[in-house]
Design a protein around this ligand. Structure first.
Ligand code: URA
Length: 442
């Protein structure tokens, strides 16, 4: 077999065999197929696509390229959750303790943030002492004991995806449905969960800007899950504005705590309940999403969801006082307002620019090695639909180092899209994709 023939075959729009896909992935992993051939192959896939069978084979090969976690020492149906990437998305911090309180074991490995997106592990490190690394045995034991553990990704999950993703990043081949679907699902499959809930973002801040493309991506991932025997449900949710109000590591922990107390922003509260309800159904703890939602609401109301976060933090050696009193979380030295320069109604808040503004303040990494400031970030005071007068506060910056404040302010002003006319509220969830089909809400 030769890589050049496989590239040519895909370039001409033909369907590759399992053996040809295995040849490319294994050859790339062990250095026998060079970057330039895989780059050409990725571009051919970008233009010609892949069938469901080809995508499933690519996924399985990448999943097999490194460690595959066996979660069977943990009792119960393990349900994982994955978001395709948003700004202000702290749903994992809400969902993990909330669904654990309702009886679904959560054994979750999360990543760090890069560029304009945040990572759950960085957010957890805003809690003093929280250990993001546990041995495999301690991880299993903790989930069996208290139903939840959140740790950093192990070093050797899907190395083939890591290598291919870096190559795609610099060869303009990221936004390909089969390549994104196989990349996401290979990691989820290797991480060992029995069932998966996907939060597929749609809108200006997402990989997929249109609803049709987002549904196609969701469908591709659900098909892969079904093919490999992992029940998968995908929720298509809005990313035409960041989720919630607070962006930045300690700030997002604070907003997650508010939400677990039942005092969080509507969008974060609602999305957490929707994703959590599907996790409960897949985890066998509810017969319908309605029943699941009622259970989750009860766990918020009676304080057991927040208690479970405290247990999680305590088990991983974090400072529980910070959960009981979020004023004890790291706080930035200064607050600086960003005021509106025009009047109107907020029609959209470009999430990527907001993420970059947070990064400029130090909340995110510009490169893999950047050191982040856990206390800084921003508080969006106006969201889509709100009316704005000149001089109104659009956002409050939480700042330690003022060096790049002007740049951050400019990004925020640029992110806010104002309309002269009132803007009707946007749906938070546009569609749900399961193995039985697509349910559209718009
Ligand atoms: N997230 C991933 O993990 N992979 C992609 O290809 C895109 C988003």
């Amino acid at each position: 077999m030769r890589a050049v023939d496989i590239i040519h075959k895909k370039r001409e729009g033909h369907v590759l065999t399992n053996e040809e896909i295995t040849f490319m992935v294994q050859g790339y992993s062990n250095g026998e197929v060079p970057d330039y051939q895989v780059a050409a192959w990725a571009m051919a896939i970008f233009f010609k696509g892949m069938t469901a069978q080809e995508t499933a084979q690519l996924t399985l090969e990448m999943a097999k390229s490194g460690d595959q976690i066996d979660l069977s020492p943990i009792q119960g149906i393990k349900v994982d959750k994955h978001s395709t990437g948003g700004v202000g998305d702290k749903t994992t911090l809400v969902l993990a303790p909330m669904v654990a309180a309702a009886g679904v074991p959560v054994a979750k490995m999360s990543g760090r943030g890069l560029g304009h997106t945040g990572g759950t592990i960085d957010k957890l490190e805003a809690i003093a002492g929280y250990q993001v690394e546990l041995s495999r045995d301690d991880f299993f034991r903790q989930v069996n004991d208290i139903g939840v553990s959140l740790i950093g990704q192990s070093g050797n999950i899907t190395p083939a995806d890591k290598k291919l993703y870096s190559l795609r990043d610099v060869t303009a081949t990221v936004e390909s449905i089969p390549l994104i679907a196989s990349s996401v699902m290979s990691k989820k499959i290797a991480a060992g969960a029995d069932a998966i809930v996907l939060d597929v973002k749609t809108g200006s801040g997402a990989f997929m800007k249109t609803l049709d493309d987002s549904i196609a991506l969701a469908q591709a991932m659900v098909d892969i899950g079904t093919e490999v025997g992992r029940d998968t449900v995908a929720i298509i949710s809005d990313m035409d504005q960041p989720l919630g109000h607070l962006i930045g590591n300690a700030l997002e922990v604070e907003e997650a705590i508010q939400t677990l107390r039942g005092e969080g922003p509507d969008d974060l509260h609602e999305l957490s309940l929707i994703l959590g309800s599907h996790m409960l159904v897949l985890g066998g703890q509810a017969n319908s999403v309605e029943e699941a939602r009622a259970k989750l609401e009860q766990h918020i109301q009676d304080g057991s969801a927040l208690d479970r976060l405290k247990q999680l933090v305590e088990a991983q050696k974090g400072d529980v006082e910070m959960i009981a009193d979020p004023n004890k979380l790291p706080h930035a030295a200064k607050r600086i307002e960003v005021q509106a320069e025009q009047a109107g109604y907020v029609a959209g808040i470009e999430a990527e620019s907001i993420g970059i503004a947070a990064m400029l303040l130090g909340a995110g990494r510009e490169t893999k090695d950047s050191v982040i400031d856990l206390a800084v970030g921003l508080d969006l005071r106006k969201k889509v639909g709100d009316q704005v007068q000149v001089g109104d506060v659009l956002a409050i910056l939480h700042v330690n180092d003022e060096k790049r404040v002007d740049e951050a302010k400019a990004r925020i002003l640029q992110a806010y899209q104002l309309s002269a006319e009132p803007v009707p509220p946007k749906p938070l969830v546009y569609a749900i994709v399961t193995k039985d089909g697509v349910q559209r809400f718009v």
